[in-house]
Design a protein around this ligand. Structure first.
Ligand code: P6P
Length: 334
């Protein structure tokens, strides 16, 4: 039986990749792992513990009904980051404004984290996979001061690390620090994330396209042409394309990372900027996609080059296998 490598062991081994690394990033990744295990526990029991299920009757800045598990997950990650001592501030889908931690210790920290604590939460009540997404940056503001909005509004190419947790048939944590992508599966019997998918590579082509085709009549012609192409063609390996749309970004993205495919959430008449959030959904997944050999674009611009202007800004999102994204772009730019 091959040696089991835990996430902690992997992080410590890889810390040597960062000359002068003093362990802060390692501790942040560990804080995320601990918070994810707690969220995983709560997600797994949500079906049993009625008082968590169902909406809290409040709506978040996105105007979406806030599920209690969203709030539970959000609070769990914020607590982990504030107590971990390596983060000076955070921005989250569930909080209208960013949060600058005020303790003297936190103000001296060098990193900020932006995250979506529980993406796909509308799937909670129907037991479909959901996920957490995170993005880590060096702060721009001076250590010893409160984190600023400028610390949060950085281009995706500046990310120090990015990753997601998928609460699926198993709980997986997938992340990159800019040196490839690695996946870890939670072994509940020992409470450890164990290396299960080393050096993940996104297949250059695939046959699965993930888009809410209910929007097809309200998106631009190039996208209609791309979906029509998928419905009537074979890919460059002679395999017919298939539609696969889970309606949970992390689950669709993760499947495409392993099997190849494209995920599309375009601009539509009702969502002229698209639906997905640049800072804590598109940027982290774009970094992972590119690190694994894939592409991530708005259809006209590389996601990781976009200069953010607002915390919760939306962008059109095309992400996945290189050949499939390039084909979609070619039809969009025709
Ligand atoms: P639609 C979930 O709300 C989410 O943000 C993504 O996880 C998912 O891919 C998308 O929205 C689903 O949106 O409009 O197709 O229901």
């Amino acid at each position: 039986m091959s040696k089991v490598t835990t996430l902690n062991e992997f992080i410590m081994d890889r810390q040597a990749d960062f000359p002068g690394a003093s362990g802060e990033l390692s501790r942040i990744l560990n804080d995320i792992a601990v918070a994810s295990k707690i969220v995983s526990r709560d997600v797994r029991k949500a079906g049993l513990v009625d008082h968590i299920l169902g909406s809290q009757g409040e709506t978040n800045i996105q105007g979406e009904e806030q599920q209690k598990l969203d709030v539970v997950a959000d609070n769990q990650f914020i607590k982990a980051f504030e107590n971990g001592g390596e983060i000076c501030g955070i921005a989250s889908e569930e909080n209208d404004d960013f949060i600058a931690f005020t303790s003297e210790h936190a103000k001296k920290a060098k990193y900020v984290v932006l995250f979506d604590p529980l993406d796909g939460s509308s799937n909670i009540d129907v037991n479909v996979s959901i996920g957490s997404i995170f993005s880590i940056y060096h702060r721009i503001s001076e250590p010893g001061t409160l984190a600023t909005l400028e610390d949060m509004l950085q281009i995706g190419n500046e990310q120090i690390a990015a990753g997601y947790v998928l609460y699926g048939s198993s709980t997986m944590l997938v992340y990159t620090t800019g040196r490839g992508v690695n996946g870890f599966t939670l072994d509940p019997s020992i409470g450890e994330f164990c290396l299960s998918h080393a050096n993940m590579q996104m297949p250059e082509t695939g046959r699965l396209y993930a888009m809410n085709e209910g929007n097809i009549a309200i998106c631009e012609k190039g996208i209609q042409e791309y979906i029509a192409y998928c419905q009537s063609s074979e890919n460059d390996k002679g395999a017919p394309y298939s539609g696969r749309y889970i309606g949970s970004l992390v689950a669709d993205f993760h499947r495409n990372l392993i099997k190849g495919g494209i995920y599309i959430y375009p601009a539509t008449d009702s969502s002229p900027e698209g639906k997905l959030r640049l800072l804590y959904e598109c940027n982290p997944l774009a970094l992972i996609a590119e690190q694994a050999g894939g592409l991530a674009t708005t259809g006209r611009e590389r996601i990781l080059n976009i200069e953010p202007t607002q915390l919760h800004q939306r962008v059109p999102f095309f992400v996945g296998s290189k050949n499939m994204v390039e084909k979609a772009i070619s039809l969009l730019q025709k």
